[in-house]
Design a protein around this ligand. Sequence first.
Ligand SMILES: [Zn+2]
Ligand SMILES: [Zn+2]
Length: 301
Amino acid sequence: MSYPDLRVKIYGSRGSYSPTVGNATSIGVNTTCFRIDIGSHVLIFDAGSGIINCGQDLVREMFAKPPAEQHWTTHLFFTHMHIDHLVGFPYFAMLYMPKSQIHFIAPRIMDYQLEEVLNTFMHPPYFPVSMQDLPFRGDYHDIAENKTVFFYEDRFEIIPAIAAAPGDWLAKITNMRNYMHPKGGSHFYRIESRSGKVVVIASDTEGFVGGDQRLVQFAKDADLLMHDAQYTPEDYGKFQGFGHSTYEMACDIAHQAGVKKLLLIHHDPKHDDEKLQTIEANARKLFPQTHLASESMEFDF
Ligand SMILES: [Zn+2]
Ligand SMILES: [Zn+2]
């Protein structure tokens, strides 16, 4: 069986909340969830409402394979724990599959561990079923900027960032703490394949004048940069300090970092197709290789 070197699929690209039916657009209504396949490994970033379709796809894919080829292990990374990045979690189909093993990989935010947050979130009276009642097996892994995650053919490990890189890795994932998001920040991820393809996820961040130089370095020469672009420059005055960027800020980072392609993410739920297309057209004047992230969009590297 052949596997992709690096495949990215968008399951949700809205920010804050799912738009009402009136604003439902071709971009999709689900909040952030990105799937990355590397070799036989499935990595998911964030559990916004997009993770519901992602989970259903995974279960369908598993049952379509002979039992010997089914890999019931998934790796769920979190950028942070705001509700738009968590809201789909209770409906993630892999929680309900007895053979499923989920590795939760997340930084602490405001000193909360992801395990505590999920156990509180998925518990009566908020939800009828508790985490402990579910058949899947969950393993929790704390990460921070000083930890690198390496994936190999059939396993992964988390090692100190200063340690020498092992030689036989398929994928390397580094992260960067972002301070420009309220109450605890968020984390950016840089996913690098053995062949040198790079995808950077920079969700929930607000730009600086002159651009966040740490992010410019972190995203250097990426093949794909996924960057928060919730606001237009005209809207920004009303939302300054909310922890989100304009498309101009996203284009500035893409330009300075020399990335090949920019994907605008965390779309404002109030923006309909027309508004989003105007944002894309205006962004392309600043950085021609810009696209709006939309559901079921796929990139193969
Ligand atoms: Zn968000
Ligand atoms: Zn947030």
